[in-house]
Write a protein that binds this ligand. Structure first.
Ligand code: KG4
Ligand code: ZN
Length: 369
């Protein structure tokens, strides 16, 4: 259970240990209440999953068990502190692959219980949403585009714990679309960087691929048709396929995905700006882009152009804070502690945990909607 008690707001900036195990990164970090990252250790399981072309949940959970203790030890050592120096422990409690979430959550609770420390169970999406405030002074409300292998959402971030989901994917996440397209084109795993590299020497306008949901009302995304269209074009080329064809297909896919995302973000910006005016928020307007796909330069350039046209700033946290990490979990812990929030040790792991509980469940958005 989560409790809020103003008397429990710490009187000095707290030192928080964060743990992240919801997907295929085993991570631990120590972050101070002033936003200093004392350590941020991430062990990627990429090589363990590579032969399967995607994350295998059972392998992920077992690997977290094998490595988490050492990663925590390393995070404390790099931060030059021990458990007794900590003021709280924060661990991802969902959403994500449930076996992995349980490993980090139970470990976090055990450390908190053994060292009599406050405990915070963090929503992984809230970690992504707030991570930007770890490196820049971004005021509420801001618009968040979260684009990763597991998520594709547009959220209005109004305060810590106060989110309105404007849109989510109806099928694949953006990174998943990159990964599946890379698999179709035989470009390797993870697909995003491989598709982007191939696209650099390709013609993004050669193949006529769909821009799913472009022009439709709302801010939802859909990418599965795009991936299918790539497969169809590839089949048409048959055994005449050349390297240049593959590069042109990669570039055409990236172009189509970018245009589809920009259309959805433009709608979201409209809603965001309306809400800012209605709520008399006169501070700077900001779009925050987070998640692994935020590393894509083509997409980022398009988003920057769109924001400039609308008089909105754009911030993308550095890649190490954009992809899954534990510093963002520790920082979400800091933000929650500052508001007097705590969780007790009965808090359970959740495979599905939407940030906006009022948003309708999206049929194809998997456990992470
Ligand atoms: O945030 P992340 O590290 O992990 C989660 O999914 O939570 O995101 C990984 C995803 C993968 O699908 C990967 O293909 C994609 O981000 N990605 C990219 C690029 N770099 C990573 N997608 C497009 N372009 C990139 N340069
Ligand atoms: Zn994530």
């Amino acid at each position: 259970m989560t409790t809020a008690d103003p008397e429990k707001i710490p009187d000095k900036p707290p030192l928080v240990l964060g743990l992240e195990t919801s997907c295929d990164e085993t991570a631990a970090a120590v972050v101070s209440g002033e936003g200093e990252i004392l350590s941020n250790v991430v062990l990627s399981q990429l090589e363990e999953h590579r032969p399967y072309g995607g994350v295998v949940p059972e392998i992920a959970a077992r690997s977290h068990i094998d490595h988490l203790n050492d990663i925590i030890r390393q995070a404390l050592s790099e931060a030059q502190c021990g458990f007794r120096d900590l003021d709280a422990v924060a661990a991802t409690a969902g959403p994500g692959l449930i076996g992995g979430v349980m490993v980090g959550l139970m470990t976090g609770k055990a450390i908190a219980a053994a060292h009599r420390l406050p405990f915070l169970g963090i929503n992984h999406l809230e970690g992504h949403a707030l991570s930007v405030r770890l490196c820049e002074e971004v005021a509420f409300p801001f618009l968040l585009l979260l684009v990763s292998g597991g998520h594709c959402q547009l959220l209005l971030v109004r305060e810590v714990g106060d989110y309105r989901r404007l849109g989510t994917t109806l099928d694949d996440a953006a990174g998943e679309a990159f990964d599946k397209t890379a698999k179709i084109l035989n470009l390797g795993y993870p697909g995003g960087p491989a598709v982007e590299a191939a696209a650099k020497s390709g013609d993004g306008h050669r193949f006529r691929l769909p821009r799913p949901l472009k022009g439709a009302p709302g801010c939802d995304f859909s990418f599965s048709g795009l991936k299918t269209a790539v497969r169809r074009e590839l089949e048409k080329l048959g055994n005449r396929l050349t390297r240049q064809d593959v590069h042109d297909l990669a570039a055409s896919f990236q172009q189509a995905l970018t245009e589809a995302v920009l259309d959805r973000v433009d709608h979201a910006l409209e809603i965001y700006l309306e809400q800012c005016s209605a709520g008399s928020h006169d501070g700077p307007r900001c779009l925050v882009v987070a998640g692994g796909v935020a590393a894509n330069s083509h997409l980022k350039e398009g988003l920057a152009r769109l924001c400039r046209g609308r008089g909105v700033g754009m911030v993308a946290p550095p890649p190490a804070l954009c992809t899954d990490n534990a510093a963002m979990i520790a920082w979400a812990g800091v933000e929650r502690l500052r508001r007097g929030l705590r969780d007790d040790l009965s808090l359970g792991a959740r495979a599905r945990w939407p940030l906006d509980p009022t948003a309708p469940r999206a049929a194809g958005a998997g456990v992470k909607a």
